[in-house]
Design a protein around this ligand. Structure first.
Ligand SMILES: Nc1ncnc2c1ncn2[C@@H]1O[C@H](COP(=O)(O)OP(=O)(O)O)[C@@H](O)[C@H]1O
Ligand SMILES: [Mg+2]
Length: 157
C-alpha cells in the first residue's frame, strides 16, 4: 500500500526565544497509508490542530519534514502548496464553512467552479455523490435549513 502522508521528526515551537515559548509538537514521525482512516486523539492543548495545520501545509514546522504523496513540503513554494491544497486536500471544518448565501447544490459545486471545471461534465459524479451521502432531497435548501449531520455531509460532498 502507498504511503500518502509521512512525517519525520516534526517539531513545532510557538514563540521560540520568548517567555511564551510553547513546544506544541516534539519529534513526531509517522506515516499514513492510502485508504486508511486515522483518528488523532488527545486532550485539549496536546497539539492536534497544530499537527493538522502542518500536515495540510497551512502552517510550517519549526523543524522536521512532511512528505505528501512523496513530495517534501519544505521544498514547495507557497504557490505550489496552494495548488496542492486545492487539488489534493479536502477539509471538513468543525463548523463546516458552508456558504450561507448558496443553496446545497451550489455549495457542492463551488469547488468545481473554482477549479473552472465544466459542471455539465460532472453531473453524473455529482448525482452519485449526493446519492451516496443521502442529501439529494435537500439540494435546493440553504445551509441554515439543514441539520448538523446534513451540513457535515454537504461539506464532505
Ligand atoms: N498560534 C499559537 N501561538 C502560540 N501558542 C499556540 C498557538 N496555537 C496553539 N498554541 C499552543 O500550542 C499547544 C497545542 O495547541 P493545539 O494544537 O491547538 O492543541 P489541540 O488542538 O490538541 O487542542 C497549546 O498549548 C496551545 O496553547
Ligand atoms: Mg484543536
Amino acid at each position: 500500500m502507498e504511503t500518502i502522508i509521512e512525517t519525520k521528526e516534526l517539531t513545532k515551537i510557538y514563540n521560540p526565544q520568548t517567555t511564551h515559548k510553547v513546544v506544541a509538537l516534539k519529534n513526531i514521525s509517522m506515516s499514513i497509508q492510502q485508504g486508511s482512516f486515522v483518528s488523532i486523539m488527545g486532550k485539549s492543548g496536546s497539539g492536534k490542530t497544530t499537527l493538522i495545520n502542518i500536515l495540510s501545509t497551512i502552517d510550517e514546522p519549526t523543524s522536521g519534514h512532511v512528505y505528501l504523496l512523496g513530495q517534501d513540503t519544505y521544498l514547495m513554494s507557497e504557490k505550489q502548496k496552494a495548488e496542492f491544497r486545492k487539488e489534493k486536500i479536502g477539509f471538513v471544518f468543525q463548523d463546516f464553512n458552508l456558504m450561507d448565501f448558496l443553496d446545497v447544490k451550489e455549495n457542492i459545486i463551488l469547488g468545481l467552479r473554482l477549479n473552472k471545471i465544466n459542471i455539465k461534465d460532472k453531473e453524473k459524479d455529482i448525482q452519485e455523490i449526493v446519492d451516496e451521502l443521502d442529501i439529494k432531497d435537500i439540494l435546493d435548501k440553504y445551509p441554515f435549513e439543514c441539520s448538523g449531520g446534513q451540513k457535515q455531509r454537504i461539506a464532505i460532498a
